[in-house]
Design a protein around this ligand. Structure first.
Ligand code: KG4
Ligand code: ZN
Length: 334
């Protein structure tokens, strides 16, 4: 089975073709970063309009490059949520229209399920069961994954998601958008002189809270001399605090569940410091750890094509109506 995947939930237009036996055939990504940079964050209406401009040309390009006739596509997968309403509607309407025109099934994919399964696109992929830490701009989730489609929520962020905290802290330090990678870059120049808190690690449970760290960073910045080196030192302390907090919670989740395999995915999992901190913890716990390649940590069409293909193989598909779910808890996914 060969599936076209479409991702338009936020500020990246992603398309991909995944083959159930040959694996990933091709993928393309168009990032809207330059469009939103002057506003310091994603402007939802501009995002929708840009997806409209870019999506169909990208689909044409991927089919043309691979010399694939439409008749070789057996299904169309699209992100139906969670995400920005307008942006989701562009992908959903395009996917449903193509599926209708080509007389093939369409399948709605949960964006976080896409992230969760992204490591499956790698040669060294995890086997079930595993614990998944999903760290993106909108969500921080710890999930026990017993099988494909069997997800048990272990913990989540009670306020800012990890990526959101990176972005807001970066903005406060005047680093602009997209904040996460910029803060990570600056943190490389930082000295380990500040010690930030490790929120919610001194009590039991697997939930997270990152908004206090952002305030801690702001207060530290206001008390500093506000030089570039001060900013770098604060970025380093913030990043170290996030990395160690995630590591403490993952260690706890692995011990609690007795599972010895950890998957880390979502945009923030591209962060080198976080990857090394979690890898070190996994080694201490004698657990295996899996990350997607950096380009599949952030939003992409490949993970949606993969997740959609698995659901289509199970015989699932959507009705004719176009439904998107800007809010869609992963715990409601079966
Ligand atoms: O998964 P993703 O591409 O989109 C959502 O589903 O939200 O994640 C985007 C988030 C943003 O908050 C971005 O700043 C963060 O991932 N991010 C990073 C890094 N690369 C992306 N955060 C820290 N370090 C990075 N290297
Ligand atoms: Zn995402």
């Amino acid at each position: 089975m060969q599936v076209l995947g479409i991702e338009t939930s936020c500020d990246e237009t992603g398309v991909a073709i995944y083959h159930s036996t040959q694996g990933l055939i091709s993928h393309h990504l168009y990032s809207q970063v330059d469009l939103h940079a002057e506003y310091g964050g994603v402007v939802p209406e501009l995002a929708s309009r840009d997806h409209i401009r870019k999506l169909v040309p990208l689909i044409k390009q991927i089919l043309h490059e691979r010399e694939l006739p439409n008749s070789d596509i057996d299904g169309v997968a699209y992100t139906a949520g969670p995400g920005l309403m307008g942006a989701l509607l562009v992908g959903a309407a395009t996917a449903r229209s193509l599926a209708w025109a080509w007389q093939i099934p369409a399948i709605a994919v949960h964006h976080m399920e896409g992230h969760l399964l992204a490591p499956m696109l790698e040669a060294n992929s995890p086997e079930f069961p595993f614990v998944a830490l999903l760290i993106s701009g909108g969500h921080t989730l710890l999930v026990s994954v017993e099988a494909f489609g069997r997800y048990r929520l272990l913990g989540e962020s009670l306020d800012d998601a990890a990526g959101e905290a990176f972005d807001k802290t970066a903005k406060m330090l005047g680093l602009g958008y997209p904040g996460g990678p910029k803060l990570a870059e600056l943190a490389e120049l930082g000295r380990p002189i500040y010690k930030f808190p490790r929120p919610m690690t001194d009590r039991p449970g697997l939930d997270f809270s990152f908004s206090g760290l952002k305030t801690f960073a702001l207060n530290t910045y206001n008390e500093s001399t506000k030089t570039v080196q001060d900013k770098a030192d604060i970025a380093e302390a913030f990043q170290r605090a996030v990395a160690e907090t995630l590591s403490i919670k993952c260690r706890r989740a692995l011990r609690q569940t007795g599972i010895s395999s950890l998957v880390v995915a979502g945009g923030v999992s591209a962060n080198r410091r976080i990857r090394s901190c979690l890898s070190e913890m996994a080694q201490q716990e004698s657990c295996d750890i899996f990350f997607p390649r950096p380009e599949f940590c952030t939003d992409n069409g490949a993970m949606i094509a993969y997740a959609g293909c698995q659901r289509l193989l199970k015989g699932e598909h959507e009705g004719l109506e176009i439904v998107v779910r800007p809010r869609w808890p992963i715990s409601q996914l079966l």
